[in-house]
Design a protein around this ligand. Sequence first.
Ligand SMILES: Cc1cc2nc3c(=O)[nH]c(=O)nc-3n(C[C@H](O)[C@H](O)[C@H](O)COP(=O)(O)OP(=O)(O)OC[C@H]3O[C@@H](n4cnc5c(N)ncnc54)[C@H](O)[C@@H]3O)c2cc1C
Length: 451
Amino acid sequence: MKFDVVIIGSGLAGLACGIRLAEAGKSCAIVSAGQSALYFSSGSMDFLSHLPDGRQVTHPLAALSELAKQAPTHPYSRIGEKKVASLIYRAEELLRESGLTLTGSASQNHYRITPLGRRRMTWLTPARVPTLELECPFPCKKQPYKKQPWENVAVIGIEGFLDFQPNMVASALQKQGIKAQAQEVHLAILDRLRDNPSEFRAVNIARLLDLPENGSLLAEEIRRLSKGHDAIILPACIGLESDQIVENLQIQVGKPVYLLPTLPPSLLGIRINQAMGDRFHQFGGMVMVGDAVNGVEMEHNRITGVYTRNHGDIPLRASHVVLATGSFFNNGLKTEFDRVYEPLLGLDLLENPARGQWTRQNLFAPQPYLKFGVNTDEYLRPLKAGKAIANLYAAGSVLGGYDPLAEGCGAGVSLLSALFVAEQIISEAVTEPKSGKSRQPEQISGGEVTQ
Ligand SMILES: Cc1cc2nc3c(=O)[nH]c(=O)nc-3n(C[C@H](O)[C@H](O)[C@H](O)COP(=O)(O)OP(=O)(O)OC[C@H]3O[C@@H](n4cnc5c(N)ncnc54)[C@H](O)[C@@H]3O)c2cc1C
C-alpha cells in the first residue's frame, strides 16, 4: 500500500499531524497500536506553565526566549520562538475546527479545577470544566463585585463510584473561599454496574446515563440535591458522544452544570480523541486500528518500507514517515534494567544518564526520566548514530528534552511538534542530511538492525 505519509501512533501528536497533512491533500495513514494518553488525560491542554528552573509562567509566549536559554534542546526551542508563536494559534484553530469547544488562549494561562478541587494552571480547558482567571481567581479582591457563575455549588458524586470524591472536592473548594456542598445521587439504573466495582467506571456510567430514557430521572435527582445552590459540579460521567446531553440536563435543572475529570478512563479526553479522529477521516485519512509497526526497511538513509503486525511481509510505502509513538506510557520508549531505548529504530536519545540518575527519591521533585526521549535535528528529524534519517520526523512525547509534568507543556509539545513536522512535509523544505553513505537495503526491527 502506498501513501504520501505514514504516521506511527494515533495520540494527540499523530492525529494533529494527520489532520494537517490530510487537509493539505496528502494521502495519509495512521498505524495505531492502541489507546493513547488522551484516554487517561484531564482533557485540559498545557502549553507552558513552568520554566525548567521552577519559575511559574503566566504568559507562555513571553517566556519562550528564557526557555530557549535554559533548555536549548526543548522541542519549543528547536522549533523556534517565532514559529511556536504562529503554530500555537494554528493548533487552537485545528482543535476548534475539529468541533471542540475549549476555554483559554495561548496569550495567557488560566486555572482549571482539578479532580481534587484544587487549581492547576493550563492553556485550554473543555468548556464544561470550571475555570478561574489567573489575575482574578475567586474571591476576586481586585473586582469584589465580580460574580463567578459557580460561587455556591453542589458537588454531586455518584454513590459507590470511587473515581470521584465529592467530599474532597467540596472541602478543597471551601478552603479557597467557594461555597460548596458535597452530595451523592443514588440511581437504581446504575445498581447492576455498581455491583461490579471494576466495571463501575466513568465511560460505562455515561453509556447508561446518556440513554434518553434515563435523562429525566437524573435531572429530577440533581434538581432535588442542588436546591439552594446556583451551580452544579458533576464527575465527567455523562455526555460521552456529545455535549448536547449535558446541555439538555442543564436546561432541565435550570442551573449551570460543570464537569470534573475523573480517574481514567477519561470521558473528556476520549471526546477529544473522537473529535480529532473524525476530522482526520473527513479529510480522507485512514487509521489502521489495532495494528502495530514492528520494523522498517531502509535504503540510502531513507525509510523505504514500514512493516506492521497485520500486514506481515507486505510493507507500507510512503515518501515520509512520522514517529508519534509516545513515551514510556505507550512503549514509544522502553527500558531494561540499565538501558533506555527507542524500540523501533534504535534512535539516539537525549538525556540518558546512568541508571542511578533516572529518578529522584523525593516523589514530588521533577523526575529526570521524564525528559528522556528521541534526539533530533532542527527539523525534528530523529538522529541515528548522530545522523538525521532523511524522511523520518518525530512528534509528540517520543521527543526528549522536556518534562511535560514539571514544565506543564505536554499537550503543547505534542500539538506544536506535530504541526511543525506537517509543515516540513507539506513544503518539502528540508534538504538531505550531509554525508549520506550509500548502503544496501536493511531491515530494522525492535531497535536491532538485521541485514
Ligand atoms: C497518563 C497521562 C496523562 C496525561 N494528561 C495530560 C493532560 O491532562 N494535559 C496535558 O497537557 N498533557 C497530558 N499528558 C502529557 C501527554 O504526553 C500529551 O498531552 C499527549 O497526549 C501525548 O500524545 P502523543 O501523541 O505524543 O503520545 P501518546 O498519546 O502516548 O500516543 C502514542 C500512540 O502511539 C501508539 N504506538 C506506540 N508504538 C506503536 C507502534 N509500534 N505501532 C503503532 N502505534 C504505536 C500508541 O498505541 C499510542 O496510540 C499526559 C500523559 C500521560 C502519560
